[in-house]
Design a protein around this ligand. Structure first.
Ligand code: JDK
Length: 267
């Protein structure tokens, strides 16, 4: 996959050289080209912003440098291949795992990272295939949103991660949050790993994991349960969980499984 990123801060994309994204790059799975929008300005001060029509706070990015950049990157000539152009914005379509999978199937993506109050709507209308939000909070620009999307997309590309199972087994892949995970030692700081995980009983382990995932989802993300088709046994777990004390911030009760017997002070 080829990825072009246009930004006034190309250095923001440097973290893409690290870790999983970096490995995918080294392996030729993804090829990331970042571009400085100011390279397509024509004035002495390399201006990319101007005051908003109609008034209001802040500045808006001028359309001309964006159009010049996208023509240079995507090419202006007819039926030639062109990238899927993505504009991060707090007012965009929500980015999800399914959306990441959709974008992972594209051969060529171009991300337009705005700053200030955003990019002039006309050049977005002219070029953008998707306006995308990574969540309901306001960042200072599109760069970090682009990094987030690139990491989510890249790990889905064939050859990007060592273990293909670790990708299909993710949270959201089954519509539930994942439950807690443990490694050695079997007891740490007075907290034991749940006995069932050491039992070697794979059926019991699978049932326990399902229950933990259901409990955590019911507590933290009840909205996810609305669209799921649950078995009767699942429904009982959900109903029990929801009947328990109201959700503490970031707690789902799973922690109690790792607490030493007889200790009932909070987490
Ligand atoms: C791209 C600039 C900063 C944009 C206007 C918005 C309601 C009006 C600041 N998921 C997500 N969060 N943030 C972004 C994102 C922010 C960006 C840009 C992406 C480009 N900004 C910005 C708009 C406003 N403001 C909230 C009131 C303020 C993507």
């Amino acid at each position: 996959m080829r990825v072009d990123v246009v930004t006034i801060f190309p250095a923001y994309l440097e973290p893409a050289r690290l870790s999983l994204l970096g490995k995918a790059r080294d392996r030729g799975v993804v090829e990331i080209h970042s571009h400085d929008l100011r390279d397509w300005t024509t004035d002495r001060h390399r201006t990319v912003d101007d005051t908003p029509y109609g008034g209001g706070p802040g500045m808006v990015m001028r359309p001309e440098p964006w159009d010049a950049a996208l023509r240079a990157i995507a090419g202006s000539s007819g039926p030639a291949p062109r990238p899927r152009v993505i504009v991060p914005t707090p007012a965009g379509r929500p980015f999800t795992q399914a959306y990441a999978a959709e974008l992972a199937a594209e051969p060529w993506l171009a991300f337009c990272c705005g700053r200030y109050e955003g990019i002039d709507a006309r050049v977005v209308d002219a070029w953008a295939d998707d306006e995308v939000s990574i969540g309901d909070y306001v960042l200072s620009g599109g760069e970090v949103a682009t990094l987030v999307m690139l990491e989510a997309i890249t790990r889905l590309l064939p050859g990007a991660v060592g273990n293909a199972e670790s990708v299909t087994d993710d949270s959201f892949a089954h519509g539930l949050l994942e439950g807690p995970v443990y490694t050695r030692p079997p007891e740490w700081a007075g907290r034991r790993v749940p006995d069932v995980l050491l039992s070697g009983d794979h059926g019991a382990i699978a049932r326990w994991r399902r229950e933990q995932a259901l409990r955590r989802t019911a507590r933290r993300r009840p909205d996810l349960l609305a669209t799921l088709e649950l078995h009767d046994r699942d429904r009982v777990v959900v109903a029990q969980t929801l009947a328990e004390e109201p959700c503490q911030p970031a707690s789902d009760g799973a922690e109690t499984t790792a607490r030493p017997a007889g200790s009932d002070e909070p987490g």
